[in-house]
Design a protein around this ligand. Structure first.
Ligand SMILES: Cc1ncc(COP(=O)(O)O)c(C=O)c1O
Length: 463
């Protein structure tokens, strides 16, 4: 039987993308039909004169575009036309009977009791309630911004209340910073593996994102000057304190070096620090080293509760008005009632207690991971929501995620975090905080561990 071999010389750009495009065009031209099995990867690699890795990435890219689906132990098949394209950033409805470890959220610690208490207090405070029904001035009520300014201050980092824009969570803060700093068509730099929400906003704002390689101390600085010459980027987006998805923490020295590179290259920085409140003894924020250059992002979502939708953007002086306009244009203001609830939790000490309980709960989950994954290659922290599991050599991340799904455990492949053409490692992110209780976390982790170590020939995808 003849196999389908595209002519990649017709397409420019990275070979794996060319292969995905050839698959798309092959489907359009009727050369590939629904349910047809694509050629075995090794065979196609030999026929095209490319590496096996290129074909693996090409198939994964085609899968990301919704063109094909990999089936565990069987191969990769052409989808029916119009099959849904998966958006890694969407959170699907909960799936009955599944252990969902895909979303990075705080452990559920009965925050609703605290909310009930605060709503009870507010019920007897008609003046505050009336105030909460007013329109905010730009960036939020002065009192709220004072409380938040104190709450996010850390070491030498103290942001004046008028530098803060109160908004609807960290995601919204990133959006406001990008709108304030960039114009459609601009280029930005980001860690090679980055929070998918950044990629999603950049797409919607027509910004091009170029990946910067990383090591275990954060962004590698050597390449930045070259990338600046080549792409003339506006800014760098990074998550120095608890990198999502790898758990890497940028060292103080690397932070200082990053600031000097940003100064030399005239780059702004977006410092995404949404999880920092959970991390004790963390290095100084970039924003305190160069407040005129750094947009600082923080949020109540990770330490307190995601549904509060309260986030904070600290902007450099020159960009404050633009951030305020972006807020007005997107939603006018963060709901004052939600900010009031967050501020009461902060002022009454409940937020600090919640953070302490959150750390304790994460510590217990971390101990469980360390025990169950002891023979695997993983990166975890006692104060992090997720584990980064580097898969044994015989596994491809997308196949592993599918195999886990078949066993009713949901996790995320590294590919979902890869920026541009950054080569995603064969690794997965497992959100240990998302499991509803310790028993289901243990069940999910044991299943993942067994799958990772299971026999090679069950799932190798290079038939
Ligand atoms: C690195 C990072 N930034 C921003 C966000 C968005 O935070 P929020 O829920 O406050 O919008 C998340 C959420 O997971 C995140 O992981």
């Amino acid at each position: 039987m003849t196999i389908w071999i595209p002519d990649l010389t017709e397409y420019a750009g990275p070979r794996y993308k060319a292969l995905a495009t050839a698959i798309a065009l092959g489907i359009d031209a009727g050369e590939l039909i629904a349910q047809q099995k694509l050629p075995p990867q090794r065979q196609l690699a030999d026929a095209l004169g490319v590496t096996l890795g290129t074909v693996t990435r090409g198939y994964a890219e085609a899968e990301r575009r919704g063109l094909v689906s990999a089936r565990v132990g069987s191969g990769t098949y052409v989808n029916e036309k119009g099959a849904k394209v998966r958006d890694e950033f969407l959170i699907p409805d909960p799936r009955e009977g599944f252990i969902d470890l895909t979303v990075s959220l705080p452990v559920r610690l009965g925050q609703q009791a605290l909310l009930a208490e605060t709503l009870g207090e507010l019920q007897h405070d008609p003046d505050t309630l009336a105030h909460m029904l007013e329109y905010h001035p730009d960036g939020g009520f002065e009192h709220h911004r004072q409380v938040i300014a104190k709450w996010i201050s850390y070491g030498n980092f103290a942001s004046p209340p008028d530098s803060i824009t109160l908004c609807n969570g960290g995601q919204h803060a990133i959006q406001l910073a990008l709108i304030a700093a960039c114009r459609p068509g601009d280029t930005i730099l980001a860690e090679g593996l980055a929070y998918p929400g950044l990629k999603s906003i950049a797409r919607q704002l027509s910004l091009k994102v170029i990946p910067i390689p990383m090591d275990e101390q954060g962004i590698l600085l050597d390449s930045i000057a070259d990338l600046c010459r080549q792409y003339n980027p506006r800014l760098i987006y990074c998550t120095p304190t608890q990198h999502n998805p790898t758990n890497v923490q940028m060292t103080l020295q690397r932070r200082r070096q990053l600031i000097s590179v940003a100064n030399e290259c005239q780059l702004l920085i977006i410092e995404d620090d949404v999880s920092a409140s959970l991390v004790q003894n963390r290095p100084e924020p970039l924003a305190s080293m160069a407040p005129e250059r750094v947009f600082y992002i923080s949020s109540c979502s990770k330490g307190l509760a995601g549904g509060l939708r309260v986030g904070f953007l600290v902007s450099p002086q020159a960009y404050r008005d633009r951030a305020a306009s972006a807020l007005r244009a997107s939603c006018w203001m963060a709901p004052p009632l939600m900010v009031e609830i967050a501020c009461r939790w902060i002022q009454q000490g409940a937020a600090t207690q919640l953070l302490a309980k959150q750390r304790e709960a994460l510590q217990v989950r971390f101990a469980l991971v360390s025990d169950i994954f002891r023979s695997l290659d993983f990166s975890a922290r006692a104060d992090s929501f997720f584990v980064w599991l580097v898969l044994p050599e015989h596994w491809r991340a997308s196949a592993f995620v599918k195999a886990a799904e078949e066993k009713k455990v949901l996790i995320t492949a590294a590919e979902s975090f890869a920026v541009g053409n950054y080569p995603a490692p064969q690794a997965v992110r497992i959100c240990i905080s998302a499991a509803k209780d310790l028993a289901s976390l243990e069940e999910g982790l044991r299943m993942i561990q067994q799958l990772a170590l299971s026999e090679v020939d069950e799932k190798i995808e290079t038939f």
